[in-house]
Design a protein around this ligand. Structure first.
Ligand SMILES: Cc1ncc(COP(=O)(O)O)c(CN[C@@H]2CONC2=O)c1O
Length: 487
């Protein structure tokens, strides 16, 4: 397409695949919420005092306190002079001995946080990740098959790039799904192959639905090569049973599909007795030698859990059953970006190797970790219960992750008004909520949903001291909205 007279690059002649990509978590609602923040700061009046960002799982943006030990180590490696003998007396007053020891050990492996590291990630940290995986699962892990990344997002994008050979390749994704996947597939010009989670069964997943989705794609000439499983689910919060996981692995093997196991919420587990987290690595290895060579990639991140160090951009993926030549290609692609940022890698090390019971910092670490964990459980339940009292709402509980995804049944008048405004009904509802309360959600249409249904996703992260106000604002808004559009 010819560029316009004064610009070489325009939205018309840019890469059409990039133009097609959408990421609702930071889409229209998030953009409007940012504008409102500026207007509020400039003295504009709104029927609320503050914007509450429930659109993104970003705990520290909502005043969640970072884990003290992690920040102590991070600050020491950032300014190594604090570790010099001449500063020992001052530093020992400010920092516990195990934080000082950890910082020194890390610097022994790293040299400087300002230096490029190994492109696959610092070997000593990858060894700690492998130890963590082995202890978690009871099966060995190989550091040479672990890649540290700029958040799990970068790992997902890199590995999908490896798999998508041409525009007939299909990648199976859950509906509802986290839009990192559809956005990345759009840029790669690949085919999202949707399989539906069953809301009436707690967002359950059946192999019958997987096979239906796979076969339907095949009939269209799509060559499905991978299956994305998000466990615990985002936006839906469900946690898979071991039996279901074995069935899923069986489906992948029968259909020669690589399993992409997104497990970034593996410690956000709120019913550990009834629905504990099982890694796909553990379940796979428990299925015995006939599954030798099964191809799988598992992802983890420092952005979630009780850590919430989203801005540092740290994550990893573990490769299972991939050809050595593919691992070499993954390394080559990783090396083009030189290395993941070193402070993010350090946070991965701290995530997989936190203070132990015998360490001076363990008591504080456990106290902080548990405090965050139990308040997440409490807020999840409170918000779920509130949603289920609202007219037209039904909301499944969150077994895990950081979100609730209520279905909303809106009056026909509201649906017609949404159509008039050129919006999906749930987007229209969320925009109205934002303008009335300052609470920013993400419409279900941004995650995919059964045709004719409407949902939105809310985090349960607003700080405990504001949570009652937050809930009351939504209740009041919803009543007013339903009265306004009552059929
Ligand atoms: C399922 C899932 N996978 C990967 C990521 C990426 O994490 P990194 O920060 O490690 O790249 C996220 C982030 N969750 C987004 C961000 O906040 N809210 C969300 O839905 C996620 O929810």
């Amino acid at each position: 397409m010819r560029p316009s007279p004064d610009k070489t690059l325009t939205s018309r002649n840019m890469n059409a695949k990039v133009r097609k990509a959408e990421y609702a978590v930071r889409g229209e609602l998030a953009i409007r919420s940012e504008h409102i923040k500026v207007e509020l700061a400039n003295g504009a009046s709104f029927p609320f005092k503050r914007v509450v960002g429930c659109n993104i799982g970003n705990p520290q943006a909502l005043n969640q306190k970072p884990i003290t030990f992690f920040r102590q180590v991070a600050s020491l490696v950032e300014y190594p002079d604090l570790l010099k003998d001449e500063n020992a007396e001052l530093t020992s007053k400010l920092y516990p001995s195990d934080a000082i020891a950890r910082a020194k050990l890390l610097l022994k492996h790293i040299g400087s946080v300002g230096a490029y590291s190994h492109s696959q990630g610092i070997p000593a940290i990858r060894e700690n990740v492998a130890k963590f995986i082995a202890e978690r699962d009871g099966y060995p892990a190989d550091p040479s098959k672990i890649f540290l990344t700029q958040g799990a997002s970068a790992g997902v994008q890199l590995t999908l790039q490896m798999i998508v050979e041409h525009s007939q390749v299909g990648i199976m994704i859950p509906i509802p799904q986290y839009p990192l996947y559809t956005a990345t597939l759009a840029v790669l010009d690949a085919n999202p192959v949707p399989y539906y989670l069953d809301e009436s069964k707690g967002w359950g997943l059946t192999t019958q639905e997987l096979q239906r989705s796979f076969d339907e794609a095949a009939e269209k000439g799509i060559e499905t090569r991978a299956l994305v499983i998000i466990n615990p689910g985002n936006p839906t919060g469900q946690c898979l049973t071991e039996e279901n996981m074995r069935e899923i692995i069986g489906f992948c093997r029968r259909n020669k599909v690589i399993l992409l196991a997104d497990e970034v919420y593996q410690t956000n587990i709120y019913q550990p007795e009834q629905r504990p987290f099982h890694s796909f690595k553990k379940v796979l290895k428990s299925m015995g030698p006939e599954y030798e060579g099964f191809e799988m990639i598992s992802y983890h991140s420092i952005s979630k859990g009780m850590i919430g160090e989203c801005g540092r951009r740290g994550g990893y993926f573990e490769c299972e059953g991939l050809c050595p030549s593919i691992l070499e290609q993954i390394y080559k692609i990783s090396s083009i970006s030189l290395c993941p940022n070193v402070q993010g890698q350090i946070m991965i090390d701290l995530m997989v190797n936190p203070p132990k019971k015998s360490d001076p910092s363990f008591a504080l670490y456990k106290q902080e970790y548990d405090a965050i964990y139990y308040t997440l459980i409490k807020r999840a339940k409170k918000l779920e219960d509130m949603f289920n009292t609202l007219e037209g709402y039904t909301c499944n509980s969150a077994d895990g992750a950081m979100y609730l995804f209520p279905q909303i049944r809106l009056p026909m008048k509201a649906i017609e008004a949404a159509k008039e405004a050129g919006k999906e009904p749930d987007q229209f509802y969320c925009l109205a909520m934002l303008e009335a309360t300052g609470v920013c959600m993400v419409a279900g249409s941004g995650f995919g949903q059964v045709e004719g249904t409407a949902h939105f996703r809310s985090t349960f992260l607003p700080q405990p001291e504001l949570f009652d106000e937050f809930c009351a604002q939504i209740e009041a808004f919803h009543k007013e909205f339903m009265d306004k559009y009552r059929d």
